[in-house]
Design a protein. Structure first.
Length: 80
């Protein structure tokens, strides 16, 4: 299992900011695996913003050799 470092989360949040996507990524450390949650920032995060954010996250973690598994609400996810 690949471990995502705190610096990766900082870099990911910077990437989201540069792409003007109003979201912030947070990490939780759970027994056995890391989990993450996405915080929408502000009220202007429309459907298109979410679509662009999911694509950006998939690409960001894909470049690090990880695939994202989202929860049903797509606000929480895990990497593998």
């Amino acid at each position: 299992m690949k471990i995502i470092a705190i610096q990766d989360i900082i870099d990911c949040n910077q990437m989201l900011k540069e792409k003007e996507l109003a979201f912030k990524l947070h990490i939780r450390d759970a027994c056995g695996k890391q989990s993450f949650w996405i915080e929408p920032l502000g009220n202007e995060s429309g459907e298109l913003q979410y679509k662009d954010m999911y694509q950006a996250l998939d690409a960001f973690f894909g470049e690090r050799g990880c695939k994202i598994s989202y929860s049903e609400d797509k606000i929480n996810f895990w990497v593998g």
